[in-house]
Every structure is written in C-alpha cells, then in structure tokens.
Design a protein around this ligand. Sequence first.
Ligand code: PMV
Length: 351
Amino acid sequence: MAFTEQDFLIQEKWFNKPNNLVIKSVAPSNIALVKYWGKHGIQLPMNPSISFTLNKSQTQTTVYLTAVDKLSDKVSFKFYLDQKHQADFEPKIAGFFKKIQDFAPFITHFDWKIYSNNTFPHSSGIASSASGFAALSKIIIDLEKQLYPPKTATYYAHKTSFLARLGSGSASRSTAHPVMIWGHHPDIKQTSDLYAIVPDFEIHPVFKTYKDSIVLVEKGQKKVSSTVGHNLMNTHAFKNIRKQHAFEHVLQMTGYLKSGDIENFIKLTEAEALELHALMMTSSPNYLLMQPGTIKIIHKIRNLRKDTGLPVCFTLDAGANVHVLYPDEITRQLQQLLFSKIEFETIHDYV
Ligand code: PMV
C-alpha cells in the first residue's frame, strides 16, 4: 500500500539530542525517459514519469550540524559549493526547508553548514538540483534515524524521495537505482504522486549496461526555467492529450524495459523528448529551447541508426543539450562514428 502524507509526520518524541553531528551522503542524477511536465498543488506531478538513474553523476554532500541556542521557526544554514559560499542557492534551499518542516520538525533545532560538490562538470547540462536535493534529503533521513525510534526500510526509502520531491520534482527520482517511477499510475503497483519508487520488476540486462553521453550544445543557465514551463501546462491547449500520452507511455516503457525491446524503447524515448519540446513550442506564450546544434545532432543520430542499424537514440531535457543513449557494447563504434564527428563537447555519463 502506498504511504500518505500523514505517514511521514513524526509522532514520537526525540530520544537523542546530540549537540554536534557530521553527516555525509551521495546521490545520483537521473534522466527521464517519459517526462514529468506540468504540476499542481505542492509539487505534485500532472502525470507519471520514469527515469534512468545516472550513477556516475553525483552530488556529494557533507553537513556539519550544531544545536542552536535559541529556537526559531526558520532553519539557520549556509550553503557551500566546491568549498565556496553560494548565497544564490540559498533561497531555494530555504524554501525547501520550509516545505519539509512539518515532516522533519527537528531541522530547526540545528544550525546547518552544507558543503556540496558534484562529480560532473558545472556546465555539463546535468541539473544539479535533482542530485543536490536528493543528497540533502538522504542526510535529513539519516538524522531522523539518529533521533527517533527505528522505522521500516520502506518508510525511509519513500520518505527520502518524498522530501526530495519538495525540493525539485525530478529529485524524487534521484534517490535509488536503476530506474524510478514518480507519479501514481493505476496500472503500476505502489506508484504515488508523493514520491518515486523503484518498480518491482527485473530490468532486462541490455538496459543495465546503458550509457548516457551528453552532447553540449549550450553551456550555462537555461533561458526559461522548468518552473515556468510546468506552470504553462496548466492552461495548455494540449494538456489533456499530454496527460493521456504520458500515462500510456509510462506503461509502454515499463514493458520495453522488462522485455528488452530496444526498437520500441528507441521510438518511445525519442517521441517523448520531441513531445516535451513540442509542448514548449505550443504553450502560450511559446518558447524554443532547441538550438540549430540540437537539430543537427538529432539528424546525425537518426542517420547513423538508419545507415548502421546501431541501437543509439537521443533524449532531451528542458534545454538544448542532447543526451545520447546507447548500450555499452557499442561505445567504441559510437566514438568513431558519432562523437568524433560532433563539433560540440561530449560529456560521458553512465546509467
Ligand atoms: O524537477 P524540475 O522541476 O526541474 O523539472 C524537470 C522536468 C524535466 O527535466 C524536463 C523532465 C523530467 O521528468 O525530469
């Protein structure tokens, strides 16, 4: 049975009140195969989504906690990225702490020094918010474990994803391996809008060796934030058809991942990427995140697949960079036939 919000409220009293603590965690990034696009309420998805966990792209976080002298309703904290104080990130983290306070009331009792670094380059096009909020949520759950009587492993796993979701929707899918589904789907057991789950079926071996290499078309900040894009879905002319597609696509994708149906996996993954961008191009106001380089690479991938039969495909995030997905066994061929011919920077990343 799925957990409710009530289940994540803490009823017990603290049994331990430490003065100083150091907690470390590591969390991966993820790439959606079927995209989450549109939200409602407090960070609830318009539709279910499914992703590959990117094991080699991680955020590593260490927090130094000190008991506060005087209790306040705000969490006292400072955030450091690569050892440097980063005030620009703090409003988003403050918002996260506020949203989770009812479910983790103990956080205001400490002063937090949060040190993070990413194992992927800053400009790689991989959003650090997913792995960053997942890493921080793991620490909060670790702290909860140290303060209160023990609960089940399932409770801790779901609550970690639940907290991460309140930081950034896609972060809910960055708390476990190798595939996560976020959003309730009537035909997929245990799924919930509140947190992501690892589906209970075995992934076909071919998808266990999948790789994701990112071709960098554009570095730096996105021109239109995901938050704006999600909000535009509320009044989108294609809202209902998008919802229907996403529910169908998640179910189809789980079938392909189970059976190892690469051909249909490729078709659906690319259709989802293009549908996401088509939604941006048809929202009101509309916008366009793809660049000429994006289209150029998409054509190269499709031509290469047609000419060689190699099972390579692309997906896109809310940006111009192209994620190239392929099984490990064709890495060398792709290095010669695709990556060496691409004039943009390629960051190798792994599922
Ligand atoms: O988690 P957010 O709010 O940054 O939204 C992410 C949306 C996409 O990356 C475009 C799709 C997804 O499911 O990750």
